[in-house]
Write a protein that binds this ligand. Structure first.
Ligand code: NDP
Length: 326
Protein backbone atom coordinates (compact mmCIF):
# COMPACT_ATOMS: atom_id res chain seq x y z
CA UNK A 1 0.00 0.00 0.00
CA UNK A 2 1.30 3.48 -0.84
CA UNK A 3 0.76 6.45 1.45
CA UNK A 4 1.61 10.17 1.51
CA UNK A 5 5.31 9.64 2.18
CA UNK A 6 5.63 7.28 -0.82
CA UNK A 7 4.49 9.94 -3.29
CA UNK A 8 5.93 13.26 -4.42
CA UNK A 9 4.31 15.94 -6.57
CA UNK A 10 7.76 16.64 -8.02
CA UNK A 11 7.16 13.82 -10.48
CA UNK A 12 4.47 15.83 -12.25
CA UNK A 13 6.09 19.24 -11.84
CA UNK A 14 6.10 21.16 -15.10
CA UNK A 15 3.66 18.69 -16.67
CA UNK A 16 0.19 19.50 -17.89
CA UNK A 17 -2.54 17.01 -17.07
CA UNK A 18 -5.34 16.58 -19.60
CA UNK A 19 -8.53 15.42 -17.92
CA UNK A 20 -10.67 13.94 -20.68
CA UNK A 21 -14.36 14.08 -19.75
CA UNK A 22 -16.03 16.30 -17.18
CA UNK A 23 -18.63 13.95 -15.69
CA UNK A 24 -18.79 12.09 -12.38
CA UNK A 25 -15.04 11.40 -12.16
CA UNK A 26 -13.71 14.11 -14.48
CA UNK A 27 -15.10 16.99 -12.41
CA UNK A 28 -13.58 15.60 -9.19
CA UNK A 29 -10.20 14.82 -10.81
CA UNK A 30 -9.94 18.26 -12.41
CA UNK A 31 -10.86 20.11 -9.20
CA UNK A 32 -8.59 18.11 -6.87
CA UNK A 33 -5.61 18.24 -9.21
CA UNK A 34 -5.98 22.00 -9.68
CA UNK A 35 -6.28 22.59 -5.93
CA UNK A 36 -3.09 20.57 -5.45
CA UNK A 37 -1.26 22.97 -7.76
CA UNK A 38 -1.20 20.73 -10.87
CA UNK A 39 -1.69 22.40 -14.27
CA UNK A 40 -4.97 21.00 -15.65
CA UNK A 41 -6.72 21.30 -18.97
CA UNK A 42 -10.06 19.66 -19.66
CA UNK A 43 -10.92 17.90 -22.91
CA UNK A 44 -14.57 17.48 -23.82
CA UNK A 45 -16.94 17.50 -26.77
CA UNK A 46 -18.60 20.85 -27.39
CA UNK A 47 -21.67 20.52 -25.18
CA UNK A 48 -23.11 21.08 -21.70
CA UNK A 49 -20.28 19.31 -19.85
CA UNK A 50 -17.80 21.51 -21.65
CA UNK A 51 -19.76 24.63 -20.69
CA UNK A 52 -19.68 23.50 -17.05
CA UNK A 53 -15.90 23.02 -17.21
CA UNK A 54 -15.50 26.51 -18.71
CA UNK A 55 -17.81 27.96 -16.03
CA UNK A 56 -15.67 26.23 -13.39
CA UNK A 57 -12.69 28.15 -14.72
CA UNK A 58 -10.84 25.41 -16.63
CA UNK A 59 -8.90 25.82 -19.85
CA UNK A 60 -11.21 23.60 -21.91
CA UNK A 61 -10.48 22.26 -25.38
CA UNK A 62 -11.54 19.52 -27.75
CA UNK A 63 -10.52 16.02 -26.66
CA UNK A 64 -7.76 15.76 -29.27
CA UNK A 65 -6.35 19.22 -28.48
CA UNK A 66 -6.31 18.52 -24.75
CA UNK A 67 -4.63 15.13 -25.25
CA UNK A 68 -2.02 16.79 -27.45
CA UNK A 69 -1.33 19.53 -24.90
CA UNK A 70 -1.09 17.19 -21.90
CA UNK A 71 1.85 14.96 -21.08
CA UNK A 72 -0.44 13.16 -18.64
CA UNK A 73 -3.78 12.11 -20.14
CA UNK A 74 -6.52 10.80 -17.85
CA UNK A 75 -9.43 9.22 -19.70
CA UNK A 76 -12.64 9.80 -17.74
CA UNK A 77 -15.49 9.09 -20.12
CA UNK A 78 -17.79 6.03 -20.05
CA UNK A 79 -15.96 2.78 -20.81
CA UNK A 80 -18.16 1.90 -23.78
CA UNK A 81 -16.97 5.09 -25.53
CA UNK A 82 -13.25 4.36 -24.96
CA UNK A 83 -12.44 2.45 -28.20
CA UNK A 84 -13.75 5.10 -30.57
CA UNK A 85 -12.49 8.12 -28.61
CA UNK A 86 -9.12 6.49 -27.94
CA UNK A 87 -8.56 5.56 -31.59
CA UNK A 88 -9.66 8.90 -33.02
CA UNK A 89 -8.48 11.46 -30.47
CA UNK A 90 -6.12 10.04 -27.83
CA UNK A 91 -3.75 7.57 -29.54
CA UNK A 92 -2.68 10.05 -32.28
CA UNK A 93 -1.81 12.57 -29.55
CA UNK A 94 0.07 10.34 -27.10
CA UNK A 95 3.73 11.31 -27.37
CA UNK A 96 6.61 9.08 -26.34
CA UNK A 97 6.88 9.04 -22.55
CA UNK A 98 3.40 10.46 -21.96
CA UNK A 99 1.48 8.97 -19.04
CA UNK A 100 -1.91 7.55 -20.01
CA UNK A 101 -4.21 6.94 -17.03
CA UNK A 102 -7.40 4.89 -16.83
CA UNK A 103 -9.74 4.91 -13.83
CA UNK A 104 -11.06 1.40 -14.55
CA UNK A 105 -9.25 -1.58 -16.08
CA UNK A 106 -12.15 -2.60 -18.36
CA UNK A 107 -10.80 -1.34 -21.71
CA UNK A 108 -7.41 -3.00 -21.23
CA UNK A 109 -8.69 -6.17 -19.53
CA UNK A 110 -10.95 -6.93 -22.48
CA UNK A 111 -8.51 -5.70 -25.16
CA UNK A 112 -10.78 -2.88 -26.31
CA UNK A 113 -7.93 -0.38 -26.68
CA UNK A 114 -4.23 -0.85 -27.45
CA UNK A 115 -2.03 2.05 -26.36
CA UNK A 116 1.26 2.57 -28.18
CA UNK A 117 4.28 0.84 -26.56
CA UNK A 118 6.08 4.17 -26.18
CA UNK A 119 3.65 5.57 -23.58
CA UNK A 120 3.30 4.75 -19.90
CA UNK A 121 -0.08 3.13 -19.27
CA UNK A 122 -1.48 2.87 -15.77
CA UNK A 123 -4.62 2.17 -13.85
CA UNK A 124 -5.51 4.58 -11.05
CA UNK A 125 -8.97 3.47 -9.98
CA UNK A 126 -10.72 5.34 -7.19
CA UNK A 127 -13.03 3.05 -5.26
CA UNK A 128 -15.60 5.82 -4.88
CA UNK A 129 -17.83 8.01 -7.01
CA UNK A 130 -16.93 11.60 -7.80
CA UNK A 131 -18.77 13.70 -5.23
CA UNK A 132 -17.27 12.00 -2.15
CA UNK A 133 -13.82 12.07 -3.79
CA UNK A 134 -14.09 15.83 -3.91
CA UNK A 135 -15.69 16.13 -0.49
CA UNK A 136 -13.00 14.02 1.22
CA UNK A 137 -10.32 16.05 -0.50
CA UNK A 138 -11.71 19.41 0.64
CA UNK A 139 -12.08 18.05 4.18
CA UNK A 140 -8.43 16.98 4.23
CA UNK A 141 -9.02 13.25 3.90
CA UNK A 142 -9.07 10.91 0.90
CA UNK A 143 -10.51 7.75 -0.62
CA UNK A 144 -9.01 4.39 -1.53
CA UNK A 145 -7.64 3.84 -5.02
CA UNK A 146 -6.15 0.78 -6.75
CA UNK A 147 -3.04 1.24 -8.85
CA UNK A 148 -1.46 -0.91 -11.57
CA UNK A 149 1.42 -0.08 -13.87
CA UNK A 150 0.35 -1.77 -17.10
CA UNK A 151 3.17 -0.44 -19.28
CA UNK A 152 6.27 1.37 -18.04
CA UNK A 153 7.89 2.94 -21.09
CA UNK A 154 9.61 5.78 -19.20
CA UNK A 155 10.78 3.78 -16.21
CA UNK A 156 8.98 6.35 -13.99
CA UNK A 157 5.35 5.32 -14.45
CA UNK A 158 4.74 4.39 -10.81
CA UNK A 159 6.30 7.58 -9.37
CA UNK A 160 4.27 9.71 -11.76
CA UNK A 161 1.07 7.85 -11.01
CA UNK A 162 1.61 8.15 -7.27
CA UNK A 163 2.11 11.89 -7.77
CA UNK A 164 -1.31 12.07 -9.44
CA UNK A 165 -2.73 9.91 -6.64
CA UNK A 166 -1.29 12.29 -4.04
CA UNK A 167 -2.68 15.34 -5.83
CA UNK A 168 -6.08 13.58 -5.83
CA UNK A 169 -5.93 12.91 -2.08
CA UNK A 170 -5.84 9.12 -2.61
CA UNK A 171 -2.56 8.60 -0.72
CA UNK A 172 -4.18 10.15 2.37
CA UNK A 173 -6.26 6.96 2.58
CA UNK A 174 -3.91 4.59 0.80
CA UNK A 175 -3.27 3.39 -2.75
CA UNK A 176 -3.21 -0.38 -3.15
CA UNK A 177 -1.41 -2.25 -5.97
CA UNK A 178 -4.06 -4.43 -7.67
CA UNK A 179 -3.80 -5.74 -11.24
CA UNK A 180 -6.08 -4.09 -13.80
CA UNK A 181 -7.69 -7.51 -14.51
CA UNK A 182 -8.53 -8.05 -10.85
CA UNK A 183 -9.81 -4.48 -10.45
CA UNK A 184 -12.09 -4.93 -13.47
CA UNK A 185 -13.42 -8.30 -12.35
CA UNK A 186 -14.04 -7.21 -8.76
CA UNK A 187 -15.80 -4.06 -9.88
CA UNK A 188 -18.06 -5.93 -12.32
CA UNK A 189 -18.84 -8.58 -9.70
CA UNK A 190 -19.82 -5.93 -7.17
CA UNK A 191 -22.15 -4.40 -9.76
CA UNK A 192 -23.64 -7.66 -10.97
CA UNK A 193 -23.91 -9.72 -7.79
CA UNK A 194 -23.76 -7.60 -4.64
CA UNK A 195 -25.68 -4.55 -5.85
CA UNK A 196 -28.71 -6.49 -7.22
CA UNK A 197 -28.76 -8.60 -4.04
CA UNK A 198 -28.87 -5.51 -1.84
CA UNK A 199 -31.48 -3.72 -3.95
CA UNK A 200 -33.65 -6.82 -4.11
CA UNK A 201 -33.31 -7.34 -0.34
CA UNK A 202 -34.65 -3.82 0.31
CA UNK A 203 -37.46 -4.32 -2.20
CA UNK A 204 -38.42 -7.70 -0.76
CA UNK A 205 -38.47 -6.36 2.82
CA UNK A 206 -40.71 -3.52 1.61
CA UNK A 207 -43.08 -5.88 -0.20
CA UNK A 208 -43.40 -8.35 2.71
CA UNK A 209 -44.37 -5.53 5.07
CA UNK A 210 -46.74 -3.75 2.69
CA UNK A 211 -48.42 -7.06 1.86
CA UNK A 212 -48.92 -7.57 5.62
CA UNK A 213 -50.80 -4.26 5.78
CA UNK A 214 -48.17 -1.77 7.00
CA UNK A 215 -48.27 1.79 5.64
CA UNK A 216 -45.85 2.30 2.78
CA UNK A 217 -44.03 5.46 3.84
CA UNK A 218 -43.05 4.32 7.39
CA UNK A 219 -42.00 1.01 5.85
CA UNK A 220 -39.80 2.72 3.27
CA UNK A 221 -38.28 4.98 5.93
CA UNK A 222 -37.57 2.19 8.37
CA UNK A 223 -36.17 -0.25 5.82
CA UNK A 224 -34.04 2.18 3.87
CA UNK A 225 -34.96 5.82 3.31
CA UNK A 226 -34.12 7.16 6.79
CA UNK A 227 -30.48 6.44 5.96
CA UNK A 228 -30.00 4.33 9.12
CA UNK A 229 -29.00 1.22 7.15
CA UNK A 230 -26.71 3.32 4.97
CA UNK A 231 -25.01 4.78 8.09
CA UNK A 232 -24.64 1.26 9.42
CA UNK A 233 -22.81 0.21 6.25
CA UNK A 234 -20.58 3.31 6.42
CA UNK A 235 -19.70 2.42 10.01
CA UNK A 236 -19.22 -1.22 9.02
CA UNK A 237 -16.80 -0.16 6.28
CA UNK A 238 -14.37 1.07 8.94
CA UNK A 239 -15.10 -1.17 11.92
CA UNK A 240 -16.16 -4.44 10.25
CA UNK A 241 -19.39 -6.06 9.09
CA UNK A 242 -20.18 -7.81 12.37
CA UNK A 243 -18.49 -5.35 14.74
CA UNK A 244 -20.99 -2.62 13.87
CA UNK A 245 -23.88 -4.78 15.13
CA UNK A 246 -21.81 -5.74 18.17
CA UNK A 247 -21.03 -2.10 18.97
CA UNK A 248 -24.24 -0.32 17.97
CA UNK A 249 -26.97 -2.92 18.45
CA UNK A 250 -29.01 -3.48 21.59
CA UNK A 251 -29.21 -7.07 22.92
CA UNK A 252 -32.66 -7.36 21.26
CA UNK A 253 -31.21 -6.25 17.92
CA UNK A 254 -28.16 -8.50 18.24
CA UNK A 255 -30.26 -11.52 19.20
CA UNK A 256 -32.59 -10.91 16.24
CA UNK A 257 -29.72 -10.51 13.80
CA UNK A 258 -27.84 -13.63 14.92
CA UNK A 259 -31.09 -15.66 14.80
CA UNK A 260 -31.27 -15.33 11.02
CA UNK A 261 -27.70 -14.57 9.99
CA UNK A 262 -26.50 -17.16 7.47
CA UNK A 263 -29.99 -18.60 7.07
CA UNK A 264 -31.66 -16.38 4.48
CA UNK A 265 -29.38 -16.76 1.46
CA UNK A 266 -29.14 -20.33 0.20
CA UNK A 267 -26.48 -22.22 -1.72
CA UNK A 268 -28.42 -21.45 -4.90
CA UNK A 269 -27.46 -17.77 -4.50
CA UNK A 270 -23.79 -18.70 -3.98
CA UNK A 271 -23.98 -20.83 -7.16
CA UNK A 272 -25.42 -17.85 -9.07
CA UNK A 273 -22.52 -15.76 -7.76
CA UNK A 274 -20.05 -18.28 -9.17
CA UNK A 275 -21.83 -18.28 -12.55
CA UNK A 276 -21.82 -14.49 -12.71
CA UNK A 277 -18.10 -14.42 -11.91
CA UNK A 278 -17.40 -17.00 -14.59
CA UNK A 279 -19.25 -14.91 -17.19
CA UNK A 280 -17.20 -11.86 -16.19
CA UNK A 281 -13.94 -13.80 -16.47
CA UNK A 282 -14.62 -15.68 -19.70
CA UNK A 283 -15.84 -12.61 -21.62
CA UNK A 284 -19.51 -13.68 -21.68
CA UNK A 285 -20.60 -10.48 -19.96
CA UNK A 286 -18.66 -8.23 -22.33
CA UNK A 287 -20.15 -10.02 -25.33
CA UNK A 288 -23.65 -9.51 -23.88
CA UNK A 289 -22.86 -5.84 -23.20
CA UNK A 290 -21.68 -5.38 -26.79
CA UNK A 291 -24.93 -6.84 -28.14
CA UNK A 292 -27.00 -4.67 -25.79
CA UNK A 293 -25.08 -1.51 -26.80
CA UNK A 294 -25.40 -2.32 -30.52
CA UNK A 295 -29.17 -2.66 -30.11
CA UNK A 296 -29.42 0.71 -28.32
CA UNK A 297 -29.64 -0.64 -24.73
CA UNK A 298 -33.20 -2.07 -24.85
CA UNK A 299 -32.80 -3.87 -21.49
CA UNK A 300 -31.86 -0.59 -19.84
CA UNK A 301 -35.06 0.97 -21.15
CA UNK A 302 -37.06 -1.97 -19.74
CA UNK A 303 -35.28 -1.61 -16.40
CA UNK A 304 -36.01 2.12 -16.22
CA UNK A 305 -39.69 1.51 -16.98
CA UNK A 306 -39.82 -1.27 -14.38
CA UNK A 307 -38.30 0.71 -11.52
CA UNK A 308 -40.27 3.87 -12.33
CA UNK A 309 -43.49 1.84 -12.14
CA UNK A 310 -42.49 -0.04 -8.97
CA UNK A 311 -44.24 0.53 -5.67
CA UNK A 312 -40.95 1.33 -3.95
CA UNK A 313 -40.25 4.16 -6.40
CA UNK A 314 -43.79 5.53 -6.24
CA UNK A 315 -43.64 5.46 -2.45
CA UNK A 316 -40.30 7.28 -2.54
CA UNK A 317 -41.84 9.95 -4.80
CA UNK A 318 -44.61 10.34 -2.18
CA UNK A 319 -42.04 10.58 0.61
CA UNK A 320 -40.09 13.29 -1.21
CA UNK A 321 -43.32 15.23 -1.76
CA UNK A 322 -44.18 14.89 1.96
CA UNK A 323 -40.69 16.08 2.95
CA UNK A 324 -40.80 18.92 0.42
CA UNK A 325 -37.70 17.56 -1.36
CA UNK A 326 -39.48 16.44 -4.56
P1 NDP B 1 -19.50 9.83 -16.92
O1 NDP B 1 -20.67 9.11 -17.49
O2 NDP B 1 -19.78 10.74 -15.77
O3 NDP B 1 -18.76 10.63 -18.08
C1 NDP B 1 -19.34 11.75 -18.61
C2 NDP B 1 -18.29 12.47 -19.43
O4 NDP B 1 -17.92 11.65 -20.55
C3 NDP B 1 -18.80 13.76 -19.97
O5 NDP B 1 -17.75 14.69 -20.02
C4 NDP B 1 -19.27 13.35 -21.35
O6 NDP B 1 -19.28 14.40 -22.24
C5 NDP B 1 -18.20 12.37 -21.75
N1 NDP B 1 -18.66 11.44 -22.78
C6 NDP B 1 -19.70 10.56 -22.70
N2 NDP B 1 -19.81 9.84 -23.84
C7 NDP B 1 -18.82 10.29 -24.65
C8 NDP B 1 -18.43 9.95 -25.97
N3 NDP B 1 -19.05 9.00 -26.67
N4 NDP B 1 -17.39 10.63 -26.51
C9 NDP B 1 -16.75 11.58 -25.81
N5 NDP B 1 -17.07 11.96 -24.55
C10 NDP B 1 -18.10 11.31 -23.98
O7 NDP B 1 -18.36 8.76 -16.57
P2 NDP B 1 -17.72 8.42 -15.17
O8 NDP B 1 -17.05 9.62 -14.61
O9 NDP B 1 -18.71 7.66 -14.34
O10 NDP B 1 -16.63 7.33 -15.61
C11 NDP B 1 -15.41 7.74 -16.19
C12 NDP B 1 -14.39 6.62 -15.99
O11 NDP B 1 -14.17 6.44 -14.59
C13 NDP B 1 -14.85 5.26 -16.50
O12 NDP B 1 -13.73 4.57 -17.00
C14 NDP B 1 -15.39 4.56 -15.24
O13 NDP B 1 -15.35 3.15 -15.30
C15 NDP B 1 -14.40 5.09 -14.21
N6 NDP B 1 -14.88 5.07 -12.84
C16 NDP B 1 -16.09 5.60 -12.52
C17 NDP B 1 -16.53 5.62 -11.22
C18 NDP B 1 -17.83 6.28 -10.85
O14 NDP B 1 -18.08 6.42 -9.66
N7 NDP B 1 -18.68 6.71 -11.76
C19 NDP B 1 -15.73 5.03 -10.13
C20 NDP B 1 -14.42 4.59 -10.55
C21 NDP B 1 -14.04 4.58 -11.86
P3 NDP B 1 -20.45 14.54 -23.38
O15 NDP B 1 -21.42 15.49 -22.82
O16 NDP B 1 -19.72 15.03 -24.52
O17 NDP B 1 -21.09 13.21 -23.60
Amino acid sequence: MYFESDASLQHVEGRTVAVIGYGIQGKAFAANLRDSGVAVIVGNRDDEYRETAVADGFDTRSIGEAAAAGSVVILLIPDDAHPEVFESHIAPNLDDGDLFVLAHGFSIRYGRITPPPTADVVLLAPKMFGKPIRQHYTEGSGVLAFVDVIQDASGHALDRTLAIAKAMGFTRYGVMPVSHATETELDLFQEQFLTPLLLDAFRMAFEVLVEAGYERIPVLLDMHASGEMAEMMVEAASTGLYEVIEQQGSPTCRFGVQRYLGKLLGEDVRARGREILEEIRNGGFVAALGKEAAAGYPSLADYTAMYRASEVTRTHDGLRAALGTA
